[in-house]
Structure formats: structure tokens, C-alpha cells
Design a protein. Sequence first.
Length: 435
Amino acid sequence: MTSHNELRGKRVLITGSTGFIGSHLTHRLVQEGSLVTAFVRHTSDRNSLRDLLSSIDLREVDIRTFGAVNAEIDRIRPEFVFHLGAEGVKNPFLPHNLALRTNLDGTINIVRASAAAGAHRVIQTGTSHEYGDLASEHKLDPISPYAASKAAAWAFCRMYFRTMGWPIVSLRLFQVYGPGQNGTLVPSAIAAASKNEVFPTTPGEQVRDWIFIDDVIDAYLHAATAPGIEGETFDIGTGIGTAVKDVADLIFHHFKSDSLKVGALPYRPGEVWEQVAQTDSANNKLGWKPTISLSEGIARTISVTMEPEVNRSLPSMAYADGIGTGVETESAAEKLRAEILDKVTEYYRIVHEPTRWESGTNRVQYAGRVFDDQEMRNAAESVLDFWLTAGRFATNFEEALGGYLGIREVIPVNSGSSANLVAISTLCSKQLHQR
């Protein structure tokens, strides 16, 4: 593991910090001494960051909403931005509108705001699935909404670099695995093998480039600090292909289990047969090389996973490329909530979004409603929580105002008479005694 003193004391922003890769990167950035701000969704599970909550600045920001993203990044003024937030990692055939709102619009929002705030570098996260079956030719041929939206995001990043000179770099990650992952082939196979449970897979002839999480995190830090690489994208893998069935067999052999059932599941339509990274560019320009072999990485993952405090019940059935049938997904209510809030943003853009003023054409607005799409989303979200004058937003406001004023208690009221009543009740309280 290489130390990166260039990031010590630097203001760093990370999106997707609660995910598998994002949480590992957040821990490493804190270890390097960076001043870390993390954008998370209201619905994000923050358990993976529980030991860092006092060490990072955690902010609830929906990257799909430019107003919120721009306001927060303008306040933070990050010097380095690691953009990992994405939709569809475990469900690549998600509805196209959801993929585009997060993976394309969200990326554009982060990049625009970061450039305006003067960020030294933005590291965007891509995926090997952008290549489809053409990784060996380094050509893009995505076969899922997730992969297509990520390819589109890089196209915009590249365009912004060429036309605006914005300092953007992209890493296309191959088959990442390691401790803390769930719902993909490696953790699912470990869970099944450790209990000697039947584990059906496809014939598993697909070849993937398996890269251990620690090597991936090193690649991110090299991408942040290597000179003269703006506008480029790098494959992050080992350059070595290994069939899916061989990886599964390696795991079951470790546990001396014979419950692996290769070929019990059919291949899916449009199966991608080979994805192996071309690593020369990353080696030469980033100064980065992976150091952990597949056998060592699997052994490390098994060792950490089987420790009692992190041992979890994981899905025991997975398709051969790691996309399982038992992957944990958002609840129906959470998905519906996200769709409603997206519709609110869409409504704002159609009805309320300010038009650009043009001399001799528009009137200058000197009064009226002043709000953006994030405020409208917040109002709608309060209604969905069934709290109009209290609830999460009110609690957040009370804590923030109390911290700003340096006082212990804040009681918001909605009228002057209510404020007077609170004041009189407080002054008449017997608990004040002679104070």
C-alpha cells in the first residue's frame, strides 16, 4: 500500500461513500489525513461508515439535483472529487430513466459544480461493462442500461475536458471483490461454501479480470495525484483473465465443500464472455500496478468475512458473473419514494425553473417565489414523511441552528404568539429558580 502525502490535509469530496468500493476509499482517505466530505442519500445505509462518523463531514445530498449539488460543493470547495455514486451496480437492467438520472445527470451535476468550485481533479468511476465483449479492442459496446449510462457519462466528461479544459479522469473498474461486499459471486459463494449449502451457477465459462479492493483503492489515489492525465480513462484490473467457474471452485475448495453445482443455471441472453483489462496505460501513466494475486485476495476476503463481527447472511444463489437472484434491493416503498421525488424535480423544471433573462424579451422579476428544485423536493419529502412542521428536516434545522448559536436547545415555532407563549412559559418555569 503506497502512502499519498499529497492528499494529507486536502479537502476531498466523495460520492457513493456508503457502497462497497466507496466505503473502502473513504476509510483510506481518512487514513491518509484528507479532510473528507461524503455525499449520501437520505435512504443510504451508513453502517459501513459507522466508525468514521466523527471523522468525516457527512451530508445528505441527492446528486440528481443540481441546485443541491452546486450549493454544497460551493460551500465545501473540494480540491479533489471522487465520484462513485451510481445506480444499477447490482441491477444493470434497471429502467433507463433511473440509470440516466443518476449515472448521467448526476455525473454532469458533480462535474459542473466541481469545476465551478475550482477542484484540482475529478475522478469519475466507469465500469468494464461499458466495453461489452470488446474490452480487448478497447471499444465501447454496452449491453445494459447501467453500462450505457456510464458510457454516456464518460462521453460528457470527455467533452467537458476537450471544450472547457475541466480536470476529469475516469477509471474503468473490472471485477472488483473483497471484504465488505455483498450480493455478488465471491461473497455469495463464501457464504454458501462455509455452510456447505448447494450453490447453483451457470456453466461459468465467462472470463473476468478479478481485482482486489485494496489495489483498486490504490488506483484511485494514483489517479488523483499522477500529473498530466486529465481527459484520460484507465482500465483498472490485473490484465489476467480467470473463468468464473474457477473462482467459485477456488472458494469451495478452500472450505473443502462439494456443494458447488456448476451448470445448474442457464446462461442469460446477451452474455458477455470475456472482459480483461488492458493495464499498460495505468501502469505507465498512473504509476500503478496491482500487487495482490487472485488466490491471496480470495484468502483475505474469506478470512475477514468469517470473522464473527462481520460474518453476515448473504444470498446463496448467484449467476456466474456475480449478479445474483437474491441480491438485496431497495424496498418497494423506497423505490416509489425515489420515483415520486424525481417526478417533483421534473415538474419543477417544466413549471417553475427560472428562464434566462434576455434584454427586450423577458421581464426582470423583482418579487415572487424564490426556491429551487431541491427545496421543492424537500417539501414533498416532508409530506411523504407525514411531517409538515416537524420531523427530520425540522430536527436537522434545530441541531444546525443550535450548533451555530452555541446553545443546547432550539424550539422552532410558526407564529409570534407561539414564540411569546414559549418565552413566557420558560420565564415562569420553577426550574429556573432565581436565574
